[in-house]
Design a protein around this ligand. Structure first.
Ligand SMILES: [Zn+2]
Length: 233
């Protein structure tokens, strides 16, 4: 009875305050959350997870020893994904990360290597920035991914020990220099012998991900893979 009443109330509210797609603005139907089916379909998939030596893994060649690496979508200026990521990072819409994370998890569940991931780690942001934003956007992407993959998320064991300036206006070397050695691990034994998937929103230079991976790779028998929602070609 309560369920029926809830549905009735939400249908009624929808008449006046329709829930719309955060990408195109069209009203959502019942099974859709935050992004409509058509927009999800239109997001440009990379399918990199199906290819071993893909452009994402090539970003890390000669820099750090990554097992597998992939991005779910191509990130184009002015594209659908940019709009969604902007809302995810600056408009408080953390659920967009969760929805896109589930999409990514579904893609990844088609490959053996991703099914063997033990722990998913969102790239940590500094507590100060987390306080400003209210959340870490990568936490929500990771949350969506493990909704589909048989792994669990660890939010705390890898942490950011130093606050850094924003990366956007820096050169490639400065970016690397800016993040080198800023990540630390609380309890190494939690990660030893595990296959870890580091998750971030967008891959640009890879400097932050490289710094995370370097810290993790100091541990015994660890394997590190990387997954980001967007890839800037
Ligand atoms: Zn839409």
């Amino acid at each position: 009875m309560i369920k029926i009443l809830k549905t009735y109330i939400s249908d009624f509210l929808n008449l006046f305050f329709p829930v719309v797609c955060q990408s195109c603005g069209s009203p959502l139907v019942k099974q859709e959350n935050f992004i409509c089916t058509e927009c999800l379909y239109l997001l440009p998939k990379t399918n990199f997870h199906l290819i071993d030596n893909n452009p994402v893994s090539q970003v890390f060649w000669g820099r750090v020893n990554i097992e597998y690496a992939s991005s779910c979508y191509f990130f184009n200026k002015g594209g659908l994904l940019q709009k969604l990521i902007h809302k995810l990072k600056y408009k408080g819409m953390k659920e967009i990360g969760y929805e896109l994370g589930k999409q990514f998890g579904t893609e990844l569940s088609n490959v053996e290597w991703a099914k063997n991931i033990d722990i998913v780690i969102p790239v940590p942001i500094h507590p100060k920035r987390k306080k400003q934003r209210g959340y870490n956007q990568s936490d929500w992407i990771a949350k969506g991914i493990v909704e589909i993959l048989p792994a669990h998320v660890d939010y705390h064991n890898l942490y950011r020990a130093v606050e850094t300036q924003t990366q956007t206006k820096k050169t490639r070397f400065e970016r690397w220099e800016n993040v080198e050695n800023i990540f630390k691990i609380k309890s190494p034994q939690l990660f030893e012998g595990k296959h870890i998937l580091i998750v971030d929103d967008i891959l640009t230079t890879g400097a932050t991900l490289e710094a995370c991976a370097n810290e993790l790779l100091k541990l015994k028998n660890i394997k590190v893979s990387i997954a980001t929602l967007g890839f800037t070609a």
